[in-house]
Ligand binder design. Structure first.
Ligand SMILES: Nc1ncnc2c1ncn2[C@@H]1O[C@H](COP(=O)(O)OP(=O)(O)OP(=O)(O)O)[C@@H](O)[C@H]1O
Ligand SMILES: Cc1ncsc1CCO
Length: 711
């Protein structure tokens, strides 16, 4: 049965005249009247003590007040009192009188509300004709500490969904721990697509308030306005397929650099410094500020907050809560990193505290952390399948992030070799990153900082949605790690050239440039296995031509020692403009003007290091000095062991050992050719295989002649 008059349940006051709540100096009537002036829309008289006559008198007096405001008065539990007073209805608990009897006693026009903390209780109450449900307890309160009944926002949402699915249009309020700090979030997170809450029931936040009128006014305003944090959640580019998401990534990364958003980090002792540097590297402006009171000002600067509880302590937790509220009030995004969430009882409790203190736009953690967050505040039903295994498979991880994101109405990231990210609807797996990331502490934390930069810089209104921003941050971070992983992880490369940005997501292999060092006529008779060096150089030139890799050539004192040998000349001609320099020199090293200033190597014109393969002579003089110069200027050097030699063969092994010690990679020409290709699927593959096949005899000869003894 539905009550004929639609009641406004927006702000439902439940009285409490105990000393602890009402206080010694105030009386119930004054406080209720102040609350009514502030905008309370329903009043329930809840008195647990006192005899019937006393209660009737109280109710009658209160009814006189509520009538003046045109607001219904309901009596908790006591049908007899409601009948005696003639007020608008009752609210009954599950243990109280049976609903059919209550209806019979009150008649069809009175309001009957029922408490429900499970789906079954709610369905039963709806079927039996309740006018509204009081769903809860949402959060623990000093008066309600029975944790069995604490169902969280997720429990409320489930009840709303199930009663809507069963076809009931019974009105609903939620109750338990609602106050001005959490009311908007509770509304937002309790909202089921099938049915919204009609209001919230509030006890101590009004009854114990120094100014009940002001608090009621504020609460009413908060309930009836759009929460700041919910603005622009979706963006207008909600894309669902991976390719389209990846296409948006470069613009997100660029936009961070263009807008330098504030990344406010409340983070652990371990990563303060590197997280600040990572924020700078991705283009954000970091501030490492743990004092919660500062967040009111910092939250106004258009940035995002990272709450990383890696070094949690009691004062830290209070500071996180303050900052979280400040950012929520400003509608600025918050990234939560529940570091070590499951490690201690303190941390598990801290997760609960943070989840119930505010709205978190992104929750990012490793598997254990995300599992713990999911299990916090959740009911037995949802725990099944997560607790049963220690390590989840990919499907379970995807389900976990999706379920948590759906529950919290936010974006959830679960990191690991493969990362899983979801907004509750769209779920993606990201396979980028490098195993080194798992071996260095704080990489998860600095990923959190990177995410904060990306979501902070989202353009209001027309920008990409949060999920895309988060994915962009993950790809930025992880591809940076992939690129940096070869030399040293700490050199994370965050600044991409625009060409690289456009290719993010499908990064090409950067091919190794061959340099041909001084393979000249006059050396022919003197150098150990000279003709083998020539064979390898020829193969390298042909391969570079097919792969369109730039080539650098030098001669040493050409007038005296002759030009580059005639066997190589036709190949240099075929290579044409790929030969970027063919210079004569007196310096032993090839690092001479014209090469050192070439865009391939000059740090002012390109921000990436070059990979260079050296072939030529003499291994212990010009080749060594070239290698050392290139290494010193930050380039990666490869030496073809089947392509370098000296007058005395014993020099070669010594030179290779020295260059390797200095950081060069000693390899073979064939290995280099295949590394340049990377993938047999490239269009050039066929041409290269032709070169390799035709040079098979040369390769064997060069390896036999030059390498046999020296590696
Ligand atoms: N084996 C791996 N291969 C590729 N990427 C990895 C690997 N292990 C971790 N990562 C990446 O490292 C980053 C951090 O993830 P991880 O799961 O190690 O975080 P975490 O345990 O929270 O780190 P921390 O607590 O040290 O900050 C993510 O970007 C993740 O994708
Ligand atoms: C090692 C460590 N201890 C607390 S936080 C942290 C950084 C990685 O999460």
């Amino acid at each position: 049965m539905t009550h004929p008059i639609k009641i406004d349940y927006t702000l439902y006051l439940v009285t409490d005249s105990t000393l602890a709540i009402l206080g010694p100096d105030r009386d119930l009537y004054t406080v209720v009247e102040q609350a009514l002036r502030g905008g309370v829309t329903v009043v329930q008289l809840r008195e647990k003590t006192g005899d019937t006559a006393e209660l009737v008198a109280k109710a009658r007096k209160l009814h006189g007040i509520t009538k003046r405001y045109g607001v219904p008065l309901l009596i908790n539990d006591r049908v007899d009192v409601a009948l005696a007073v003639g007020c608008e209805g009752v609210h009954v608990g599950q243990d109280d009188m049976d609903l059919a009897t209550v209806r019979k006693l009150l008649g069809p026009d009175k309001i009957i509300g029922v408490t429900a903390s499970t789906v079954d209780e709610a369905l039963r109450a709806c079927e039996r004709g309740a006018d509204y449900l009081g769903i809860g307890t949402v959060y623990a309160t000093p008066t309600k500490t029975n944790t069995k009944e604490i169902i969280g926002a997720a429990g409320v949402r489930e009840i709303l969904t199930k009663i809507a699915e069963a076809g009931h249009n019974t009105q609903t309020v939620c109750i338990g721990g609602v106050n001005e700090l959490n009311v908007q979030r509770i509304f937002h997170q309790c909202h089921s697509p099938k049915k919204a809450l009609d209001g919230v029931a509030i006890v101590s936040a009004i009854m114990a308030a120094p100014d009940p009128e002001a608090v009621s006014k504020k609460l009413h305003g908060l309930i009836t306005s759009e929460p700041a944090f919910a603005a622009d959640l979706g963006g207008n580019q909600s894309v669902a397929d991976a390719r389209s998401v990846v296409d948006l990534v470069p613009s997100v990364i660029k936009h961070v650099h263009e807008t330098t958003p504030l990344s406010h980090n409340m983070t652990n002792l371990v990563v303060q410094n590197i997280a600040a540097n990572v924020a700078l590297a991705v283009g954000a402006s970091p501030i490492m500020a743990g004092y919660g009171e500062e967040a009111a000002d910092l939250g106004k600067l258009g940035g995002a907050l990272v709450i990383n509880m890696g070094s949690v302590d009691p004062s830290g937790l209070e500071n996180y809560q303050k900052a979280l509220r400040a950012y929520n009030q400003q509608g600025r995004p918050v990234v939560y990193d529940p570091v070590g969430a499951g490690a201690t009882a303190i941390r598990r409790a801290a997760v609960g505290t943070i989840l119930s203190s505010g709205y978190l736009d992104v929750i990012k953690g490793n598997e254990g952390e995300i599992k713990t967050v999911f299990n916090t505040q959740e009911q037995e039903e949802q725990q099944r399948g997560v607790d049963s295994s220690t390590t989840l498979d990919a499907t379970q991880k995807a389900q976990l992030v999706r379920a948590l994101a759906a529950r919290e109405k936010n974006v959830v990231v679960l990191t690991g070799k493969t990362d899983f990210v979801s907004d509750g609807t769209r779920t993606f797996a990201i396979d980028n990153g490098h195993a080194y990331l798992g071996m260095v502490t704080g990489t998860g934390c600095t990923l959190g900082t990177t995410i904060s930069a990306a979501i902070a810089s989202r353009k209001a209104g027309g920008g990409v949605d949060r999920l895309v921003a988060v994915i962009a941050a993950i790809l930025h971070f992880e591809i940076a790690a992939e690129i940096a992983a070869v030399p040293l992880l700490i050199g994370l490369k965050f600044r991409y050239s625009s060409n690289e940005l456009n290719q993010l997501g499908a990064l090409p292999l950067i091919p190794t440039t061959p340099s041909i060092c001084d393979i000249q006529e006059k050396f022919r008779p003197a150098i150990h296995e000279f003709d083998k060096v020539v064979l390898t150089a020829r193969k390298a030139l042909r391969a570079a031509t097919v792969l369109q890799i730039p080539i650098f050539v030098t001669t040493q004192n050409r007038a005296r020692l002759g030009n580059t040998v005639s066997e190589l000349q036709p190949h240099l001609q075929t290579a044409g403009s790929l030969v970027q320099a063919n210079l004569d020199k007196t310096r032993f090293s090839m690092w001479i003007p014209g090469i050192s200033s070439h865009p391939q190597f000059s740090s002012t014109s390109t921000d990436h290091t070059s990979d260079v393969l050296i072939i030529g002579i003499e291994s212990h003089i010009c080749v060594t000095q070239t290698a050392l110069d290139l290494l010193q200027h930050g380039h990666r050097v490869y030496i073809a062991a089947d392509g370098v030699s000296s007058t005395n063969r014993e020099e070669v092994g010594i030179a290779l050992a020295r260059m390797r010690h200095a950081g060069a990679v000693v390899t073979s020409s064939e290995s280099w050719v295949y590394e340049c290709m990377g993938d047999a699927g490239i269009p050039e593959f066929k041409g290269i295989v032709g070169v390799v096949k035709e040079s098979a005899g040369d390769t064997r000869e060069a390896l036999g002649g030059l390498v046999g003894s020296k590696i």
